[in-house]
Each structure stands twice: as C-alpha cells, then as structure tokens.
Design a protein around this ligand. Structure first.
Ligand code: G4P
Length: 534
C-alpha cells in the first residue's frame, strides 16, 4: 500500500480507542454480553461496515492463507468493533478458572474493564480475584449486573455487596423495574428514559418512553400502579443512598458506575456501550523501566501480553499478542526486542475485526496486533523502534499446584529441561529448581495447565511426561531489604529453597499454615504471591 493510500486509510480510522476486557465468574454471562455488544455495535453501523468490508476483503484473504498454511487458529482472543468515532478493542479472557493466569496478563493490556455480576449470585470467587488484579493496576471498572429478567437478589443488596466486599463506591446509572416474573423494564437515570419489556412475550426489549423524571405522570400511564410505586420509592432511595457518578473517582478505580440489565434480552447493553464511550478512558501511559511511555510518543512501542501456541504438532508457530503503546505501527516495520538484542521485521501483523482476522496495515496506541512467529517472542517482551524501552508490570502468579515431573525415558532429561524452560518462558507453567536435589518442580495455577503441558511436551518435544505429587503446596517469592537476612533464610532452610526460571529465590512450603509460621518467624522477609515480570 502506498504511503498516500495508507494515510487515507488512517483518516478513516476512528480517532479514539477503548481497549477493555470483561471480567466475571463463569456463567455470569460474559459470552452472551460479548455477543450482544458486537451485535449492538454492528447493528448501529451496518452501512459503514458494509463499505469497510469491501476494502478489507483482499487483506483478509491474505491472512486466511497464512492461517491455513501455518495451521494456527486464533480463537476469539481480541474483537475489534466501531461505534461512531470510537474503535473498541475487546480482549477476551478464558472463562475457565484454570486459565485465569492468562486472564490476569490480559488485564495488563486494557485501559478499563466491565465486571459482569449475576443478579442472583452476586460477587463470586473468580470475579473477586480478577477485581483484585484490576485494583492492583487501578483499572477503572464499569459494572453490569446481569440477568435481571430472572429472579435475583434485591438491587440494594447487590450494590451494598459490591461496595462492602470490594471496597468500592457504587453509582447506579439505571434501575430495574421489578425482576424475574415481575420484570417490566429499566429506568435510565441519566436520560430519564424508560426501556420497557415487551410483555407480549415477557422479555424482548420493547418501546423506549421518554420521561421528564420519575414523577412524570406518563410513568403512571405506562406501568402498573404497584410497579410505579415501587420504582419511585426504590429509585429515589437509591439516588439518595449512593454517590453521584464522579469521573475522577471512577478513573482512579475508587468508584464503579453500575448498569442493571439482561445480556440475553438485550436490556442495558446499549447503555453500557454508551457508558464505555462516554467515560471509559482512552489509552494512557504505560509503565516502563525508565519511566512511563505516553501514547503520544511518536515512535512505535508495544509489549507482548499473551502467546498463543499452535496446537498442530507439525507447526511450531505462535501468535504473540502485542498491545501497541505508542506511535503508528505500519506493516513491515522493524522493531527491536531488547531481550534478544535484535530487530524483528513485523511482516504480517494481524488485527481482529469482530470475529474476522485481517492483515493490519496500521495500528495505533490501544490496538492489539497478533504477530506470527516461530517462538522468538515471549510474554513480557517489549518491541520498540527506539530499542531501549522495557515495559514493566506483567504479573507472574505463585502457582497453586506444585508437581514433580516424571520422565518415561531418563536419557531425555536434557530435552525435557529445554522443553520445560521454553514453556516456562512462554508463561504456560512455572519451573522451580530446588536448592537440594536435581528434580525440577513444575508449578501451575490450574490443573488444566498440566494437561496442556503434557500435550505440548509430547507434540512439540516428543516427550511423555508424568506428574507426581510434591511435598509442597505453597510457593512464595522471597525478598528483603537486608540481603544478609535473605542469605540467612537460604542457609537455614536450604531444603525448602528453590530458584524460579529467572533465577529468583523462592520458598516452597507444605501448606498455608507453614507459610504463616515463616511469616511470623521472618518478619523482615517479604513473601510475595505475585511477581512482576521484567
Ligand atoms: P459465561 O460466558 O460468563 O460463562 O456465561 P454465558 O454467557 O455462557 O451465560 C451463561 C448462561 O447464562 C447461559 O445459559 C446464558 O444463556 C445465560 N444468560 C446470560 N445472560 C442472561 C440474561 O441476561 N438472562 C438470563 N435469564 N440468562 C442469561 P446456558 O449455559 O445456555 O444455559 P441455559 O440457562 O440456557 O440452559
């Protein structure tokens, strides 16, 4: 593509970006909401999409050929869609909790998140864990309380639970008129609109009625008297009881706007999208070793937050997912990876439109591109034109399952170590080399990761692995301001000490109780369950 054509295309690119993820406990409705967001965005901009599609057709078929040739299937890792002048990049996160580590890393590449909560179940374990990661990074959260078309907890209970368990101010943006069998619709506070459920089949969104406020007599004409009385009482109470929306508090991660809705019935989805457009932040500066890198910086930079391997044993290819942090990335550009100390030519970057993939001619800060490679790029890598940038903040989580690896053929232990090291660097597993003995320990966050490990070791390295229990259940990275204390710990508890794949000291313990005892006995040592990749 000529420079002029590229610039013309640039002009057609939406000016703004919203790069976000959806966090939730399995079954809360993330998949349904994702579909409805895409649908809602597509429906609004059908004409624009049809026009853009012709433009993109050639690029897409190029990519399809690459995909077939290399046999990589990039599932729905990233979905990009446009609404008005805004390009939304929705980063998918694996639903199964065994892959939550991938989810955590994905959260380092977003600027905001939607927290989906099931109106019947409230805050669940996985939601809470993911929320904590967002909090670590001050990621602003928009809350969607889903399934109000079904019987659920009272809206007040749900709001209070969020406020109390997550220590977060809540500001409702709309209010459900009844729930379950008595669900009549949703009242939008900001615009004083009543979104009515179509009672002919009980659930499909029906008319939107403009009100002047909750005391509008039109409300009495539109809804049954008891529903109106209920809405006025609850709606007014809620407005008085919870803080008004405050943009700064939201951007600081101290307040969450809350939308009630039903993803399945498309209630509140459009409001949620409008909310994201209006107050979710555009791409901001990214933390790096020598100070944050602003999106306005002219030269291109980005970091790899996820690597997806090819499950076809005949191909060693990978797709590395990079978040562009600054500059305008053009296809064919050369970017330097400081870990490898060399420049890589980005020949076939991929972008992801809705459910399609295509070659990216241009990507801006906040965009995600997939970079096909043969295993050269790893989670945590920085790529930049400058060559001296190293982004920080990608978390490693202490494993919750520790296993000894058993190899069928002991003659192949060197190959096994290479395979384990490779997969550890890719971020699939964690390896620990105990200070005593030669048996490496493998650590994972979820049991399914062990299945992935054995499948890939067999397919890619021709090794059959077995796993045996290890004496340990808990691993913590240890550090101290006073180096001599760390040395003393090492010397006193050599049999519990190990090194991770990067040579960082780790303490392996039998259980949480032992962990508590160590923390008591060694007050000047820090025992970390999260470590930043650098
Ligand atoms: P997940 O990705 O977070 O795991 O959730 P997913 O969207 O798959 O939704 C989980 C279940 O909840 C689905 O039912 C889905 O249809 C249902 N669901 C999602 N949003 C709503 C909603 O707004 N209202 C209602 N009533 N249900 C909703 P399923 O797995 O197909 O089971 P089934 O309930 O259809 O049998």
């Amino acid at each position: 593509m000529s420079e002029a054509a590229l610039l013309a295309r640039t002009d057609h690119q939406p000016a703004e970006r919203r790069t976000f993820a959806i966090i939730s406990h399995p079954d809360a409705g993330k998949t349904t909401l994702t579909e409805k967001l895409l649908y809602s965005a597509g429906a609004i901009h059908e004409a624009g999409e049809v026009r853009a599609r012709g433009d993109r057709r050639r690029a897409r078929s190029d990519w399809m050929a690459i995909e077939q040739q290399r046999g990589i299937s990039v599932t729905s890792s990233v979905m990009t869609f446009e609404v008005g002048n805004i390009l939304f990049n929705l980063l998918d996160t694996p639903g199964h909790q065994d892959f939550s580590e991938d989810t955590y890393r994905t959260l380092t590449a977003v600027d905001s998140a939607i927290m989906v909560i099931d109106a019947a179940k409230g805050i669940e374990a996985q939601t809470r864990k993911l929320f904590e990661v967002c909090r670590l990074r001050n990621i602003p959260i928009v809350t969607f309380i889903n399934k109000v078309d079904r019987e659920g907890q009272s809206p007040f209970n749900l709001l209070d639970e969020i406020a109390e368990t997550l220590q977060l101010d809540v500001s409702p943006r709309n209010w459900p008129v009844g729930m379950g069998g008595l669900f009549h619709g949703i009242y939008d506070y900001a615009e004083n609109k009543l979104l009515l459920a179509d009672k002919s089949d009980g659930t499909v969104p029906g008319r939107v009625v403009q009100m002047t406020g909750m005391d509008d007599p039109l409300l009495d004409e539109t809804l049954p008297a008891d529903a109106v009385a209920h809405l006025r009482e609850e709606g007014e109470l809620a407005r008085a009881a919870y803080p008004d929306f405050d943009l700064d508090a939201f951007l600081n991660g101290d307040l969450t706007p809350v939308f009630f809705g039903s993803a399945l019935r498309e209630f509140g989805v459009r409001q949620l999208l409008d909310g994201l457009s209006t107050f979710a932040p555009p791409p901001g500066p990214q933390p790096a070793r020598n100070g944050p890198v602003a999106p306005s910086e002219a030269r291109v930079s980005g970091f790899i937050f996820k690597v997806q391997a090819n499950m076809d044993p005949n191909h060693r290819d990978r797709i590395a997912f990079m978040r562009v942090c600054s500059g305008a990335l053009k296809r064919g550009m050369k970017l330097t990876n400081p870990r490898l100390g060399k420049a890589i030519s980005i020949q076939n970057p991929i972008t992801f439109f809705a459910r399609d993939r295509e070659l990216a001619e241009l990507a801006r800060p906040g965009d995600i591109v997939g970079i096909p490679n043969h295993g050269t790029l790893r989670v945590g890598d920085t790529l930049s034109e400058r060559g001296d940038i190293a982004f920080t903040g990608l978390p490693d989580f202490a494993p919750e399952i520790l296993r000894r690896v058993h190899l069928g053929d002991p003659m192949k232990s060197k190959q096994m170590r290479k395979g384990l090291s490779d997969l550890a660097e890719e971020g699939v597993i964690r390896i620990f080399k105990p200070a005593l003995g030669s048996n490496w320990i493998v650590g994972v966050v979820g049991a399914l990761q062990l299945d992935v490990l054995s499948t890939r070791m067999e397919a890619e390295y021709g090794l059959k692995l077995g796993f045996e229990p290890s004496p340990w259940e808990v691993a913590r990275w240890v550090s101290a301001d006073d180096d001599s204390e760390l040395k003393r710990l090492l010397a006193t508890h050599r049999s519990s000490m190990a090194e991770d794949g990067d040579g960082e000291p780790v303490l392996l313990m039998r259980n949480e109780w032992e962990m508590g005892r160590f923390a008591q006995d060694w007050p000047s040592i820090r025992f970390a369950s999260i470590r930043e990749r650098s």
